[in-house]
Design a protein. Structure first.
Length: 796
């Protein structure tokens, strides 16, 4: 039987004659930080102070003594699950090999060897610059040379990320001792045929020189099957009658089945492979129709509007992300009503912990191959690396029912067409051969059960512009970069795979990251932690379209930019969801952050939820009520993604900002399951001018579903001076409004960094009250609690 010996202990990190203790898995930066050699790059200007680390070479060393190295078994392999990135590995002075791909694992035969194990990392810059020198420079969205080395691209910095170029043994390492044969690879092809769960396990084995008959035996859901191994291959088929279907969250349960596969020789078990699978079907409907070319995920025959978020590596030092942290972050996504997470191409093929959590939580996963925002050379050594990493990761991730889509790259097909790459490349390779050649071929060969799309955005072919909203996936970035968020309403893309709006992180996060700094939008630390091109300018202009920009009042600026972020994303999602099934998904840029930073994230770098996070709960609920401008009038849309019909009377009230009801009507709406119903707002109820607005409430009002419409931007609304009362309740506070109170927010973290409020922005009409639950604080008095309450104020 194969035996594994973990090699997590006893490593040192060496640079020239200096040594310090090393963590494995880990990276150089975190070791230097733990040893007190560098300041925390997440704090203040720390990022700039540690830039030298990424330019140096570093060696990890450990003794492989007789006891761990020797074994009675025939063969011993040294297995690295991940090396970041360019390294020479030697044992007892003998070279074992060189590696250059963070996205692969490596195995070396070290039978009979012992002595000093050394992994000598060369700076990823050195490799990238050498490859660029040989293959020629290619265009990219950022200046750092990330497209010349197979390493997480955002290691080199991004428009939300620090430049911290890591090196290290970033995933576990171990010895495997085995005899006769071991399981080298298992490809589980899981399908559903008329209610029967079908599992086909294609097994590859590696043998020592001894040729003995081998068999594989598998069990799943109480079914057992066996097959002979012919040479190095065997295939076992199992049929599980009455298989329970795995569903995305909100559509059904997530039953998972344990699969066990044993490699047998003369009745003895040589090796065991265990995974969890789920039975579900997935298709991507890309048929053309009257509106263009669709992009609709169909799971178990159910057509879905995907309520998505984009995921970036949760830490710029990914070896720090524990299973618990993945789980917590993904639970946050699920808690916001998200049902799809797109793993963006400037990051990683994530660890098993990520996909395990998604399997359990019913989060669909869209996985980008790691290519983003650059022209990538297709020559060696990159070409071979790309194919090898794709083969390995497609097979590694196949067991997970949550994984429903492979995507070739982020924005590279678009960049080629639109960002002056085509003329600058002048015929050089740029990655098309990966996205339209190597990658779809690998997916089709190894895992034909899952759809593949060449890029995001991508219209399906070169006949249409890659970012054409009418065809396939669309990234909506003009709006954040140059326009007002109201412009989201100008089009109905088939699937919005990226769009978003920036805001600073929670106050307590800023306070931790920028100790001692007098905070201002342009204070030194704030600028160090704002990476977007003209980010503050865009924040400012975006804000000025809606609010009077507060001068010299950081706290108000902080609150209003967060409100504006939530409003912007709401404008997009409310409009796009109301156009289901033409539009079949929105994937917000972005769920999370990899350090404390002003960014598009809903959850900040310290894991705190911004107001946008709570707004997503409303926007992504099964039922959403929204008021939309259409053809010169207003329309009330009831969006129903649930399985039950939604019929009811909706109350429309035309209100004055002082609280007077100017007109009122009841309208009937009937939205069938997974359908949208719309009804025109009677003309006499349409509010006009700076003193009026419209409220639509769903009746019966059990869910408190409401839509609001203000005809002019906030800075023109003649809001009354807000008045409200605050009372402490056992689990939080209750606020009772005496006037209209717009977008009330309790920033609990201002009172206690540990405190979390259970809701974000709440608008109250005069006389209404809300109870905001708070956990994690030492209950303050009502006046102190009040100091952390913000709301929109009249323009003075
Ligand atoms: C898209 C993404 C990222 C980027 C984001 C915000 O281009 O794919 O590259 O971080 O926009 O600019």
């Amino acid at each position: 039987m194969l035996e594994a010996t973990a090699l997590g202990d006893g490593w040192i990190l060496r640079h020239e004659s200096d040594t310090l203790p090393a963590s494995v898995p880990g990276c150089v930066h975190t070791d230097l930080l733990a040893a007190g050699v560098i300041p925390d790059p997440f704090l203040g200007q720390g990022e700039s102070e540690v830039a030298w680390v990424g330019r140096r070479d570093w060696t990890y060393e450990r003794e492989l003594t007789g006891s761990s190295a020797s074994s009675a078994q025939e063969q011993t392999d040294l297995v690295f699950d991940g090396l970041d990135t360019v390294a020479e590995i030697s044992l007892d002075g003998r070279p074992l090999g060189t590696v250059r791909n963070m996205h692969r694992s490596y195995r070396f035969d070290v039978t009979g060897l012992s002595g000093l194990l050394s992994v000598r990392f060369v700076s990823a810059y050195a490799e990238a610059e050498a490859v660029r020198g040989r293959l020629g420079e290619r265009p990219a969205a950022y200046a750092e040379p990330y497209q010349y080395v197979r390493k997480m691209a955002c290691s080199f910095g991004w428009d939300w990320g620090p430049t911290l170029v890591t090196a290290g043994i970033w995933r576990p390492v171990r010895l495997e001792h085995w005899s006769t044969a071991r399981i080298a690879r298992v490809r589980p092809l899981v399908t559903v045929e008329e209610g029967v769960g079908v599992v086909e396990l294609a097994v590859d084995v590696e043998r020592t020189r001894v040729e003995v008959p081998l068999a594989v035996e598998a069990t799943v859901g109480g079914v057992r099957a066996r097959a002979e191994v012919d040479g190095a291959h065997g295939v076992v088929r199992l049929r599980v009658p009455d298989a329970e279907l795995w569903w995305p969250r909100g559509y059904g349960e997530q039953p998972l089945y344990d699969v066990e596969l044993r490699l047998l020789s003369k009745g003895a078990t040589l090796d065991v492979w265990r995974r969890r699978i789920g039975f579900r079907s997935v298709e991507l409907d890309r048929r053309s129709d009257a509106h263009g070319t669709g992009f609709t995920l169909v799971v178990n025959g159910e057509r879905l509007f995907a309520r998505g978020v984009n995921w970036i590596p949760d830490d710029v030092f990914p070896s720090r992300i524990t299973r618990e942290r993945y789980r917590e972050r993904l639970e946050q996504a699920a808690g916001a009503g998200v049902d799809l997470v797109r793993i963006w191409g400037g990051g990683l093929y994530e660890s098993e912990d990520f996909y395990d959590a998604c399997d359990e939580l019913g989060l669909l996963v869209w996985q980008d191959f790691p290519f983003a925002c650059a022209a990538y050379p297709e020559e060696q050594p990159l070409r071979g690396e790309v194919e090898a990493e794709a083969r390995e990761n497609v097979v590694r991730l196949m067991p997970h029912p949550s994984l429903v889509l492979w995507n070739g790259n982020n924005e590279n097909l678009w960049g080629f067409r639109d960002w002056e790459w085509e003329p600058r490349l002048a015929g050089d390779s740029w990655g098309e051969g990966y996205y339209l050649g190597v990658l779809p071929r690998v997916v089709a060969e190894l895992d034909p059960t899952r759809p593949y799309t060449a890029g995001s955005p991508w219209s399906g072919s070169w006949r249409h512009h890659p970012n054409d909203p009418a065809h396939g996936t669309h990234h909506s970035w003009e709006v954040w970069n140059r326009e007002d968020y109201a412009d989201y309403r100008l089009s109905v893309p088939r699937f919005v795979a990226e769009f978003g709006w920036q805001a600073p992180p929670a106050y307590a996060t800023l306070r931790r990251a920028l100790p001692g700094e007098t905070l201002a939008p342009d204070s030194p630390g704030m600028l160090q932690h704002q990476k977007a091109d003209d980010g503050n300018g865009k924040l400012e202009r975006g804000l000025a379209r809606h609010f009077a920009v507060p001068d010299g009042d950081f706290d108000r600026w902080h609150y209003l930019t967060q409100v504006n972020q939530a409003r912007a994303v709401a404008a997009g999602i409310e409009h796009w969801r109301s156009h289901w099934p033409v539009c079949a998904g929105t994937v917000v840029w972005q769920l999370n952050d990899c350090w404390p930073v002003t960014s598009w994230a809903a959850v900040d770098g310290d894991g705190r939820e911004k107001p946008l996070y709570h707004e997503l709960k409303r926007l992504y609920a099964d039922r959403l009520l929204t008021l939309q401008e259409e053809d010169g009038g207003l329309v009330l849309a009831a969006v129903n993604q649930g399985a039950e019909d939604w019929t009811g009377t909706m109350t429309l009230r035309r209100m004055s900002v002082e609280g007077e009801v100017l007109g009122q009507a009841a309208v009937e709406l009937a939205a069938g399951r997974r359908a949208v119903a719309r009804v025109g707002v009677p003309h006499e109820l349409t509010p006009a001018g700076p003193k009026e607005y419209l409220v639509a409430d769903a009746n019966p009002d059990a869910d408190g579903l409401r839509a609001l419409y203000f005809p002019v931007p906030d800075r023109e609304v003649l809001y009354p001076t807000p008045r409200f009362e605050v009372a402490l309740t056992p689990g939080g506070i209750t606020v009772t409004a005496r006037t209209l109170v717009r977008d009330l927010l309790l920033q609990a973290d201002r009172l206690d960094p540990e405190a979390r409020a259970d809701r974000g922005l709440v608008t109250l009409l005069p006389g209404e009250e809300v109870t905001i639950g708070v956990r994690g604080w030492k209950t303050p008095d009502a006046e102190t609690a009040r100091s952390a309450l913000y709301c929109v104020e009249p323009t003075r």
